[in-house]
Design a protein around this ligand. Structure first.
Ligand code: SAM
Length: 476
């Protein structure tokens, strides 16, 4: 029981006025005070669900499927001594800690044929990246996903999560998401707008979530949401699909925001009913076909999800191309890229996918569809940094290892648990194996990559980026 959960009277009166007749306020309050069930999503860019379950069950992990997400599970663990984020499986990106109801918007986005894994997609408010990584996994790292975030500090967390999860098809941008309708009209096949909101659905995780709650503040944020939704709608191609979601409960930030778009462009799109999205979805379905997930329905956080399809173009008075600085990258000439790719294949048995671009001492792999948005938008980072170059050659990056290392058929070393712990603590290791190798080596634990190292005699010199070094309580 979370007795300290702050549920002010004026909030409860506001909620009581909009609670559907078949749901009870007592159950709402009781569920807000109950701790949230822990849930995770398996990252299928790195491991199949079956292989993950087979790996974790012997460690005492009980995994109960989330009915609306094939890769989502509620988790209970016999041994909680190591924080979930410090487990080897988390550090090597095999799973993402994500609240179950927050898996719904991406399920809704991909439950229609318009959302193609090789398409051009936008995640308009992306950090910390639970849904970006979910989308990238469903795209199987194909096509391109533009992941935008307005807050600089949260952008860094987004970047770290993309790297840990081996995501290679994302271009990250750092704007107020209202620019997309102006700068990139009718560009995206599918868009997720997981909007900034007042977070009324999150009290089970954060007992102070409602400390500053007021009607005035939700009205203010609803105005922002309306602007973001209208802009995202302009950025959507005719025939495309858009999901609008929040982790809040008030009608102002949910149904009313959808209604405002309907009032403006009603004949140009229609909302889909999500009543059949998964068995029991109708329990949360509104008359308009949205999912309004009250916390007591599925014993989860509160959430709201609406999905629309754009039927045809609308006049766009917003259009105004953005100002771009000079693009610092050049495509890598074939005489440089081909020998490099051949060398990587010879050393590790994997071929990096995508287009190679260079700038000063860096070589990057850009997503397949990057040229569609090249010159239209300033990016913070695009795809994956493959290597850093120096006079006599190049050094493959940690992020390359996390994206490609699990698929390597050679050029890797498998550590035991003691050495794996040492490696994650930033130390060099002396793996017990018959013959030491030479040059750069992918460092793995139980078949999954922890990072890069370099053979120096029988020692593997640690090349883990300093910011990823952990000091204690690692692995079980
Ligand atoms: N989609 C994320 C996930 O699943 O991990 C959560 C997104 S959170 C609900 C909303 C995000 O929008 C926050 O990271 C916030 O910093 C960002 N944000 C706030 N105002 C924004 C704006 N005008 N444009 C874009 N992002 C914005």
């Amino acid at each position: 029981m979370h007795d300290n959960t702050y549920l002010p009277d004026h909030f409860l009166r506001h909620i009581a006025a909009i609670m559907p007749a078949h749901l009870s306020m007592d159950e709402f309050v009781a569920s807000c005070r109950r701790p949230l069930r822990r849930s995770i999503r398996v990252n299928t860019l790195k491991i199949s669900v079956a292989a993950f379950v087979a790996r974790m069950q012997p460690l005492g992990w009980q995994l109960d499927p989330v009915p609306w997400c094939d890769t989502g599970f509620w988790l209970s663990r016999e041994d909680e001594s190591v924080p979930l984020g410090n487990t080897a499986e988390h550090l090597s990106g095999l799973f993402y800690i994500q609240e179950a109801s927050s898996m719904l918007p991406v399920t809704a986005l991909f439950a229609c044929e318009q959302t193609r894994r090789d398409g051009m997609l936008l995640d308009a408010a992306a950090a910390p990246g639970s849904k970006t990584t979910q989308i990238a996994a469903l795209m199987e790292n194909q096509g391109m996903l533009v992941a935008n975030e307005y807050s600089s500090s949260r952008l860094k967390v987004l970047s770290a999560n993309l790297q840990r999860c081996g995501v290679t098809n994302v271009g990250m941008t750092h704007f107020d998401a209202k620019v997309f309708g102006q700068w990139l009209p009718e560009t995206f096949d599918a868009i997720l707008l997981d909007a900034p909101c007042s977070g009324e659905g999150t009290v089970r995780k954060d007992e102070d979530a409602l400390r500053n709650w007021s009607i005035e503040s939700i009205d203010e944020i609803a105005a922002v949401q309306q602007g973001l939704l209208e802009s995202a709608f302009h950025a959507l191609k005719p025939g495309g699909v858009l999901v609008y979601s929040t982790c809040t409960l008030s009608l102002q930030e949910n149904q009313a925001v959808c209604q405002s778009l309907q009032d403006k462009f009603g004949d140009a799109f229609s909302f889909d009913s999500l009543a059949d999205l998964f068995p029991a979805a109708e329990k949360a379905c509104t008359p308009e076909g949205y999912l309004h997930v009250w916390p007591q329905i599925f014993d989860s956080e509160g959430f709201f999800v609406a999905r629309l399809r754009k039927q045809h173009s609308v006049p766009n008075t917003m259009f105004k191309p953005g100002k771009l600085g000079k693009f610092p990258f050049l495509p890598l000439p074939a005489k440089e890229s081909e020998p490099m790719l051949r060398e990587i294949e010879a050393a590790f048995g994997v071929v990096p996918q995508g287009n190679l671009f260079g700038r000063s001492e860096e070589i990057w792999l850009f997503p397949q569809l990057f040229e569609q948005v090249q010159g239209k938008l300033r990016f913070d980072r695009i795809g994956l940094k493959l290597a850093e170059t120096f006079k006599k050659g190049y050094r493959l990056t940690h992020e390359w290892a996390l994206a490609y290392g699990d698929g390597a058929s050679k050029g890797f070393v498998e550590l035991d648990i003691a050495d794996a712990r040492e490696f994650m603590m930033g130390r060099d290791v002396w793996p017990e194996q018959e013959a030491a190798g030479t040059g750069e080596v992918i460092v793995r634990y139980q078949g999954h990559t922890l990072g890069m190292g370099k053979w120096v005699g029988s020692r593997v010199k640690n090349a883990l980026p300093r910011e990823l070094v952990r000091d204690n309580n690692l692995f079980v």
